[in-house]
Design a protein around this ligand. Structure first.
Ligand SMILES: Cc1ncc(COP(=O)(O)O)c(C=O)c1O
Length: 379
């Protein structure tokens, strides 16, 4: 299924190869490969100065090509949000894949257990019932799953809610066939919304101090954590400097959208959406790149050439900007936008137009695009 989809996408969009980035049919997703390579190299260089290793979160980019570049630059593997992303990565030869999330539901658990026959897969758990389901499925498939206990370190999403619960769950996992306890995950996602770096640092350190307490309680109960997985782009250099953390799950650094650019310096914008001016009245311009074309979560997209204009709003197929005399855009002109949030941009497209020196050099599929299995179950 992966190969057929990749061939379909290349055939569908391949005619863009050789075109200039500003001449594509819009809305079009553009990956500036030089900028992405710089981001990967910069992160790899920064991580070399820290005790933790990098395990990039690929839900951001859903691209095998980018994942391979990240691994070549020193990443220890990847992490994913969904079981389907994990299966795609594992089948393509990424050797150590973590689903940084719980996998629940019979069909997904079965698919995970089957896939674990062919590659090393680790999954987060925060509940004994789920652990039992994973164990049953792994036993039935004749596979083995590795497990991280997810600890809620302040975000209030997944994760056990106390050190006692972590120890109880570790004991349960330890008894279950087909599961091997590898450590803990404590994603401090609540810190990513703190723009002030020192306040973010304090929050992230408090979250990791709590995770450290949980690790100590597990060790006292006989469970050593070989893997301690945490961190994101907004905290990579804070959490990555913590000697107890073994791996950092940053993902968005590879594209650097507007949301993350407010948090950390040193990275370039590598992902844009090309839009066309479809209507202009006075100083108001309307682009064809609305919210079905670009992720607007948390902070709005901005125009690369005109970063000082804030969008009035993003309708489904329209983006409205109130401009002034500085704006030279006319009807039919194209303009690139930096997404507010890259992870909810990429899933809107089949493929990246991969650009080097301003020209499309390749088409890279986005797979699996949606949250579902996208055909994996049919393969
Ligand atoms: C569990 C987990 N880890 C890591 C990340 C990566 O965050 P970022 O893309 O901000 O680097 C996320 C993002 O939502 C996440 O949910």
């Amino acid at each position: 299924m992966t190969t057929a989809f990749r061939e379909h996408v290349r055939a569908a969009y391949g005619s863009a190869i050789g075109q200039k980035r500003g001449e594509l049919v819009t809305p079009a997703l553009i990956l500036d490969l030089d900028a992405a390579r710089r981001n990967i190299a910069f992160m790899a260089e920064r991580m070399r100065t820290m005790p933790a290793r990098l395990r990039p979160h690929v839900k951001v980019q859903k691209s095998l090509e980018l994942a391979k570049l990240q691994v070549e630059a020193g990443a220890i593997g990847v992490c994913t949000a969904t079981v389907w992303e994990a299966i795609i990565m594992s089948r393509a030869g990424i050797e150590d894949v973590l689903i940084a999330n719980e996998v629940c539901g019979r069909g997904k658990v079965k698919a995970l257990a089957q896939a674990a026959k062919e590659g090393r897969l680790t999954v987060a758990v925060d509940d004994a019932l789920n652990a039992a389901d994973l164990s049953d499925a792994a036993s039935a498939a004749g596979s083995a799953l590795e497990v991280l206990i997810e600890v809620d370190v302040g975000m209030g999403r997944g994760g056990v809610r106390s050190p006692e619960d972590a120890v109880d769950l570790a004991r349960r996992v330890d008894e279950l066939p087909g599961l091997r306890l590898r450590g803990v995950q404590g994603y401090e996602g609540h810190c990513m919304h703190e723009r002030d770096r020192s306040a973010r640092g304090e929050k992230a350190q408090a979250a990791m101090a709590y995770l450290g307490e949980v690790i100590d309680r597990l060790a006292a109960a006989g469970f050593e954590c070989e893997a301690v997985s945490a961190g994101g782009t907004g905290t990579y250099d804070i959490t990555g400097a913590n000697p107890r953390v073994t791996e950092i799950q940053a993902g968005s650094y590879v594209f650097m959208d507007n949301f993350h650019a407010n948090l950390v310096p040193g990275f370039s914008h590598a992902l844009t959406v090309l839009g066309t001016v479809m209507s202009r009245h006075g100083e108001t311009i309307v682009l064809d790149s609305g919210r079905k074309s670009i992720g607007i979560d948390f902070v709005p997209p901005t125009m690369v050439e005109y970063p000082f204009y804030q969008a009035r709003y993003f309708a489904e197929e329209h983006a409205l900007f109130d401009t002034d005399g500085r704006c030279k855009l006319r009807l039919g002109d194209t303009v690139e936008l930096i997404p507010g949030y890259a992870p909810t941009t990429v899933n809107l497209y089949d493929a990246y137009h991969v650009v080097e020196d301003g020209v499309v050099v390749d088409i890279w599929p986005i797979i699996p695009r949606g949250p579902g299995h996208g055909g994996i179950l049919a393969a």
